[in-house]
Design a protein around this ligand. Structure first.
Ligand SMILES: Cc1cc2nc3c(=O)[nH]c(=O)nc-3n(C[C@H](O)[C@H](O)[C@H](O)COP(=O)(O)OP(=O)(O)OC[C@H]3O[C@@H](n4cnc5c(N)ncnc54)[C@H](O)[C@@H]3O)c2cc1C
Length: 282
């Protein structure tokens, strides 16, 4: 289908992009990789009157180490994230996004701003306690992952604010895993679980972070699983017992693929597998 008519600008600075958004009003939209926005426009589920393209703004793409973590420019594509091994579970999750073409075009800023709970990176940002930097008419501010995702496709980013970068801690010394279940390879997740585990010197669990994809209208953290493991043993029985709590507090959407109950079952199974894999790599 053909999108409704729209105007298009490609400013060369963040300031000009913010000004274009402000002048364009509530129907102006940023376009990054276009791999979520353009399908919506073609289906006429979105009809922005102005697209503000970020691709000409220098310094928005690339990954650098900073203050014990990683700073990812908002326009960094999924492929580059997938190639950065130090990003652990975040890199593993990025590698599962769709196919190579989508990974080459889709961006970390775009997927986080879109706020789709079926997307892979939002739950990773949450599990990592990452932050996004946004710039708007009132300057720059940081938004913690826990404050970012408000509801289905709804974030706390203002209409006139632009994500400029994403910060993730390095999580060095952790083992990582990302278990994603879909009916066909390269599909969106029916459910997915990320696990990052750090062992103490006595082999017990020093820290654990578990993220849940597509298990509610927002990405979630499996806090009951984390609490069951933190400070305790990491043997197979303890992991299996903890993973049984993976669906606690979730409300997965039933759809053509599966019932909500089946998705809860998936979350428990994927959680056990992800934890076993992460512990083996820790
Ligand atoms: C066939 C196909 C399969 C896919 N499969 C998966 C999958 O398995 N897993 C997955 O996670 N994703 C999947 N995707 C989505 C893909 O990852 C998209 O790239 C991503 O969701 C959006 O990133 P984008 O850069 O394309 O954003 P765009 O489509 O350009 O923008 C998306 C939204 O974010 C806003 N936005 C973009 N950048 C910014 C910014 N810097 N600051 C503020 N707002 C911004 C836009 O205004 C728009 O509302 C798939 C897409 C396709 C087409």
């Amino acid at each position: 289908m053909i999108p409704a008519d729209f105007d298009y600008v490609a400013p060369e600075s963040i300031e000009d992009a913010v000004a274009a958004l402000r002048d364009g009003g509530e129907d102006a939209k940023i376009i990054a990789g276009g791999h979520s926005l353009l399908p919506l426009m073609k289906l006429r589920l979105a009809a922005p009157t102005l697209l503000v393209d970020l691709r000409r703004i220098p310094g928005l793409s690339g990954i650098e180490r900073s203050n014990g973590g990683y700073k990812l420019g908002a326009m960094t594509c999924h492929h580059l994230v997938a190639m950065e091994e130090g990003l652990g579970a975040a890199a593993l999750a990025a590698a599962t996004i769709a196919d190579q073409q989508v990974r080459n075009r889709g961006t970390i800023g775009g997927t986080l701003a879109h706020g789709d709970p079926a997307s892979d990176m939002p739950a990773l940002l949450l599990a990592y306690d990452g932050t996004v930097s946004v710039t708007g008419p009132n300057g720059e501010r940081e938004i913690a992952a826990a404050d970012l995702f408000e509801d289905y496709l709804t974030t706390s980013i203002g209409d006139d604010e632009i994500i400029t970068s994403v910060t993730l801690p390095a999580l060095e010394g952790y083992g990582h895993a990302y278990q994603k279940f879909n009916r066909r390879q390269e599909d969106w997740a029916m459910a997915a679980v990320s696990a990052s585990v750090k062992k103490a010197s006595d082999g017990s669990c020093e820290d654990v972070r578990v993220g849940l994809t597509h298990m509610a209208s927002v990405p979630l953290r499996a806090t009951a699983v984390e609490e069951a493991l933190r400070g305790g043993g990491l043997d197979a029985n303890t992991i299996a017992h903890a993973a049984e709590q993976a669906a606690e507090g979730t409300s997965p959407p039933a759809d053509l693929n599966a019932t909500a109950d089946y998705k809860r079952h998936l979350a428990r199974v994927l959680c056990r597998r992800a934890l076993e894999e992460a512990v083996a790599g820790a």
